[in-house]
Design a protein around this ligand. Structure first.
Ligand code: DI6
Ligand code: FE
Length: 410
């Protein structure tokens, strides 16, 4: 049997593979070999197969490699700007009060509906480029500022255009049940009917969304309305995710688990029964410390219970113009440690392998043979530096789907 041909070898690296039993899946003085868009070999440099010597090689200069990061919860495609609301809140206004006065999500819905696809792409691209510059290789983008078929479709088309332009792999999520559009004011159940009868079937038929999400909260949709959205998603073969228990305990985590959700997200108010249900269903917990910080929340997500029940914890930016104007997943790793008391190793797992799991992606998130060759190169002394440092950008290089996108000296 002949040895596999390698298209690329990354030599002279330390590896945080995030696989196996060692902390960070660490391999010092390691190497990675790539064939096509896949990782073909990972291990100690001295064990590199002989045929690797003839393969194209890049030198990591003794830096660290991690899996390409995965941002598994964003609302990064939107138009307009809500810095004025930030200023108003600092002056004493509340998030709910701004929403009642016609601002908040409704303001972004107006701007997004008015924007052309080209506008949306132009406004969203710098945000995604900032994430990608810090090693993000896969991103999830939600709709939810269109709230009708044409505008939800437009948002996710813009997401595809931005992801292609930046070179990041994309998963799209239909978040029709995000807020009530003005034309349905006072008729939430009618809007949910419309989402179930029109929006979800069209998204499934046209294939413009990979999953369905909802905002289950006192200020958004009830558990009963969320259940109807999930039933429609199930009927059309789309997996579900949920904005659950962010501001109050509505039983959202348990509802998500009942439908075998890929993830339940936020979860500050989730109770122990909800955590246990998530564990049984295999639902990933997505923690969003950016929204927690911006809203100056004080109730912490039940991290100890997630650990005790073995629920994997992912971390994401929740990038959105209202509650999490965040374009750094690496900063969210720091916030997860500082605010939620995750360990730096849990934070890196949360931005790689558990984030991939939250998207139902079994082919990425660790540096192992067979996974997509999405790899980030870091100018750090130890893996914990990724969570420890604030500011700067330690990402020195990126390989995406086996191709060198950026490398020191190239
Ligand atoms: N939860 C949130 O906190 C955001 N959306 C959601 O489902 C708020 C989005 C916004 O204010 O634009
Ligand atoms: Fe969100």
């Amino acid at each position: 049997m002949s040895a596999p041909a390698f298209d690329l070898v990354i030599a002279n690296a330390h590896l945080a593979t995030m696989a196996g039993t060692a902390p960070y899946g660490e391999i010092r003085d390691g190497a990675v070999a790539v064939s096509g868009d896949r990782i073909a070999w990972v291990g100690a440099a001295r064990e590199l197969p002989g045929n690797a010597r003839t393969a194209p090689t890049v030198d990591a200069g003794g830096r660290w490699l991690t899996p390409g990061l995965v941002d598994c919860h964003t609302h990064i495609v939107y138009a307009g700007n809500r810095a004025n609301e930030f200023e108003a809140r600092l002056g004493g206004a509340t998030y709910a009060g701004i929403a009642q006065a016609g601002g908040g999500i409704a303001a972004t819905v107006r701007a997004t509906r008015a924007a052309s696809i080209d506008d949306l792409v132009a406004q969203s691209r710098p945000r995604l480029a900032a994430l990608a510059a810090e090693g993000v290789a896969t991103i999830e983008v939600k709709s939810g500022y269109g709230l009708d078929v044409a505008n939800e479709r437009k948002m996710l088309e813009a997401a595809r255009a931005v992801a292609a332009a930046v070179g990041v792999d994309l998963r799209t999520t239909l978040l029709a049940a995000h807020a009530l559009p003005p034309e349905y004011a006072g008729r939430a159940d009618d809007y949910v009917d419309f989402a179930c009868r029109e929006m979800i079937p069209v998204a499934a038929r046209e294939g413009f969304a990979d999953a369905v999400d909802a905002f289950c909260e006192g200020i958004a949709f009830t558990p009963a309305q969320t259940r109807r959205v999930f039933e429609a998603a199930r009927a059309h073969g789309l997996p579900v995710k949920l904005h659950a228990d962010q501001l109050s305990d509505t039983g959202g985590a348990a509802l998500a688990a009942e439908f075998g959700a890929l993830s339940a997200d936020h979860l500050e108010y989730t109770n122990d029964a909800g955590v246990a249900a998530m564990a049984r269903a295999g639902t990933t917990a997505v923690l969003l410390p950016g929204a927690f910080h911006v809203l100056r929340e004080t109730r912490l997500p039940p991290v100890a219970a997630f650990r005790a029940h073995g629920v994997p914890m992912a971390i994401a930016t929740d990038c959105n113009p209202g509650t999490s104007p965040v374009v750094s997943l690496v900063l969210m790793m720091n916030f997860a440690c500082t605010l939620f008391r995750l360990t730096p190793e849990e934070a890196l797992a949360g931005a790689t392998k558990h984030a991939a799991r939250a998207l139902g992606l079994a082919d990425r998130g660790t540096l192992v043979t067979g996974h997509r060759a999405d790899i980030a190169l870091w100018d750090i002394a130890e893996p914990a530096d990724l969570s420890y440092m604030i500011g700067g950008n330690a990402c020195a290089g990126v390989v995406r789907a086996g191709k060198v996108a950026r490398w020191p000296g190239r």
